[in-house]
Ligand binder design. Structure first.
Ligand code: BTN
Length: 328
């Protein structure tokens, strides 16, 4: 976990230039030896800071940190107005946990939480979401629905479309969706979505939409990830602007959510099929104790995955379902 003081040192060195210990110490109002200790601690936490005698310290290639000003700068006014509050955390257990806690305290739709690091990032099916400091996007958005739970049918799939659109806009290529909403490129996972619900005493359904995007995943520390993954930097050939990607993702989410409220899932079903990477493929689906092998046939009117086995099509709904494409 990165402390506030450690964050300040990183912020000062974010430009990738050399800064002397005296200069950083003066700015942060701490001694040079305190700076040295912080730099050693950061090293232990996987943040490499180079020290060159006579020049000072630097983070090679710098680091991209969130800036609410930059995000709002890139966000069109119409979507900016839909954000009730944008909170940026240096380190948090999980941005979804934060928004879930806030919604129970009465937070309004349009609350956005971003974090530079998650210490207990959560993925679908109780998996851990690896969330190293300042490398990727960890974002949660609160959106509340007043029409009852049935209005949320297909929501999680629609979110996948919004993320694909945003990433295409930022120049990423070869994007597909693996049901229900894993974003793939080059057959490797680029982004994931965890949507969680909370229904309040008045029957209002609050959706906490959690999005994790691999922007610049470091090669080390990722041995916990059990599936092939890819990041934006390797697809684009250079590290992209994290604030701009974040703004584009927010823009697309805030465009699609009001449209989804008006039109419902069926309006998006055909669009979703254009990104479906499983269609016609043989897949293994694990749901509880059951393991099913079948041919993926797209999604139904409720967003369930249709699987054909011996000419019979069965529909499986999102939730605790895990699907893998069989490659022979
Ligand atoms: C998955 O593909 O398994 C879903 C991953 C979702 C990760 C994001 S990161 C931001 C938000 N906070 C979390 O703890 N999880 C989601």
């Amino acid at each position: 976990m990165i402390s506030e003081q450690e964050y300040k040192v990183i912020e000062y060195l974010a430009d990738g230039q050399f800064h002397s210990g005296a200069e950083i110490g003066k700015k942060l109002q701490i001694t040079r030896s305190a700076i040295w200790k912080i730099i050693q601690l950061l090293h232990c936490k996987g943040i490499f800071i180079e020290r060159v005698h006579g020049k000072g310290y630097r983070i090679p290639n710098g680091v991209h940190l969130y800036s609410s000003e930059r995000i709002f700068y890139y966000l069109p006014l119409e979507q900016r107005l839909l954000i009730d509050n944008l909170v940026i955390h240096t380190s948090i257990d999980s941005t979804n946990n934060y928004v879930l806690k806030k919604v129970k305290e009465g937070a309004k739709r349009g609350l956005v939480c971003l974090a530079e690091e998650q210490t207990a990032g959560r993925g679908r099916c109780q998996r851990h979401w690896v969330s190293p400091f300042a490398k990727n996007i960890y974002l949660s958005l609160l959106w509340s629905f007043h029409q009852g739970p049935s209005a949320l049918t297909g929501l999680t799939l629609v979110i996948g479309i919004a993320i694909v659109k945003a990433l295409l806009e930022r120049g990423l290529t070869g994007l597909t969706i693996k049901w229900p909403n894993d974003i793939y490129s080059q057959d490797k996972k680029l982004a994931g979505v965890l949507t969680e619900m909370f229904i309040d005493d008045l029957g209002v359904c609050h959706a906490v939409i959690g999005v994790g995007i691999n922007v610049d995943m470091p090669a080390d520390g990722t041995h916990f990830i059990d599936k092939p993954f890819v990041d934006c930097t390797s697809i684009l050939g250079s590290r992209p602007n994290k604030n701009q990607i974040t703004a584009t993702v927010l823009k697309e989410l805030l465009l699609i959510l009001p449209l989804f409220e008006q039109q419902g899932w069926n309006f998006f079903r055909e669009i979703w099929h254009t990104y479906d990477c499983l269609y016609g493929c043989e897949v293994t689906l694990i749901t509880g104790q059951r393991v099913v092998i079948g041919i993926a046939k797209g999604v139904d009117k409720n967003g369930g995955l249709m699987l054909e086995q011996s000419g019979i099509v069965e529909v499986f709904n999102a939730g605790e379902v895990s699907v893998r494409k069989i490659t022979r």
